[in-house]
Write a protein that binds this ligand. Structure first.
Ligand SMILES: NC(=O)c1ccc[n+]([C@@H]2O[C@H](COP(=O)([O-])OP(=O)(O)OC[C@H]3O[C@@H](n4cnc5c(N)ncnc54)[C@H](OP(=O)(O)O)[C@@H]3O)[C@@H](O)[C@H]2O)c1
Length: 338
């Protein structure tokens, strides 16, 4: 029997600076009793937490519209079909969608993707075999065009995107150097993910010390930069760029709360004749099928690995999201829904 109500989290107010718990509200709502034609009712098992959600919470001009107040927080989900009026979906099917911070949700079948959760766990379709994995794949292959022998640096290296970037580049024969916050993350990046080196940016009090550590880790300079952080971390990498370096500008998470992000080494963009490309992975639907099938094969063959940090229950989502924005996650941040 389908439960009569379920819980969801809505955006209650817009953050001023850092996100706080009172920006969210947990609500109980009624489960729809009648589906319209082509609709599917899904019970979500996992919710993906991603840095882009911080941008949607604010009224700022960006590549996407802000999230409306009192609407379910935006987010990717993975779950199981409980009822369907769409011929392609049956109860019991595993699907991913954008059903938000919610235990259940209804979507037109066209907005859901059926996935095979027998070989690859359902949760991985929100991470390495989902949007973060495709982001890494696009940046490494399409923008950086990584080649054997090049030195690639990636920031937020232990995270959902960064961990895949480094592993893909290693498979292509690059020397890979991560930048991450804390000794434990750096150990994971080198010992588990197989990066050649990792710089713990939190260990250094000044930009000069950070640059010295990065210089030691990249003795041949940086050919390829996959940037996830911005600010001081990006500035250190700019200083180490080689001639004709390429930069995939994926994220600038250190500024998502609105802090200024001054850069001192922008002259390197000119003097090193750098190619810099910002990108939004959802604007490249043409490459998703190839990226997803390659990533799935690499995961199934255990050529790439992944780690998940899993919060328990919908009510834990706000704290887990604030944790993601302050570096408390290792690998992909998810919420397991009960
Ligand atoms: N362009 C696109 O289409 C696209 C798609 C997906 C993701 N992204 C971007 O890619 C980046 C990584 O996303 P993800 O999903 O893989 O997240 P993630 O790396 O799994 O988690 C975020 C990490 O960012 C780091 N961080 C947080 N606040 C920071 C700060 N103030 N200064 C420096 N580092 C900070 C933390 O790692 P440390 O502890 O190591 O600092 C944290 O663990 C984000 O910038 C995101 O916006 C872009």
């Amino acid at each position: 029997m389908i439960q009569a109500t379920y819980q969801r989290i809505v955006l209650a107010s817009r953050p001023r600076g850092s996100v706080t718990a009172d920006n969210f509200r947990l609500e109980t709502v009624s489960t729809p009793t009648l589906l319209e034609p082509q609709q599917v009712l899904v019970r979500n098992q996992f919710l993906s937490l991603d840095p882009y959600m911080r941008g949607r919470m604010s009224l700022v001009k960006s590549y996407a519209q802000p999230q409306e107040l009192n609407d379910t927080m935006i987010g990717a989900t993975a779950g199981v079909v409980v009822q369907s009026s769409h011929a392609d979906f049956n109860p019991g099917d595993s699907v991913t969608g954008m059903l938000g911070w919610s235990e259940m949700g209804v979507a037109p079948g066209e907005q859901l993707r059926k996935v095979d959760a027998r070989q690859i766990p359902l949760s991985a379709y929100l991470g390495i075999v989902g949007m973060p994995g495709v982001t890494a794949w696009y940046g490494v292959n399409q923008i950086l065009q990584a080649k054997a022998g090049q030195t690639l640096v990636v920031s937020a290296a232990s995270g959902a995107v960064g961990s895949v970037v480094g592993q893909l580049a290693r498979l292509l024969g690059c020397r890979v150097v991560g930048i991450a916050g804390g000794e434990q993350k750096c150990r994971y990046v080198v010992e588990q993910l197989g990066f050649d080196a990792c710089v713990d940016y939190k260990k250094y009090a000044t930009p000069e010390e950070l640059l010295a550590a990065l210089t030691a880790a990249t003795p041949a300079g940086i050919d390829l930069l996959f940037e996830n952080v911005g600010g001081n971390v990006l500035d250190a990498s700019l200083a180490q760029l080689n001639a004709f370096a390429r930069i995939a500008l994926c994220g600038m998470i250190s500024g998502y709360n609105g802090q200024p992000q001054p850069l001192k080494n922008t002259n390197r963009l000119l003097t090193m004749r750098v190619m810099l490309q910002g990108f939004i992975v959802t604007e490249h639907p043409d490459i998703w099928p190839q990226a997803l099938s390659e990533l799935a094969a690499l995961v199934a063959g255990k050529q790439v690995i992944y780690h998940e940090t899993i919060a328990d229950g919908l009510a834990a989502a706000p704290a887990a999201f604030m944790g993601l924005l302050s570096g408390q996650n290792l690998g992909k941040q998810l919420v397991k829904l009960n």
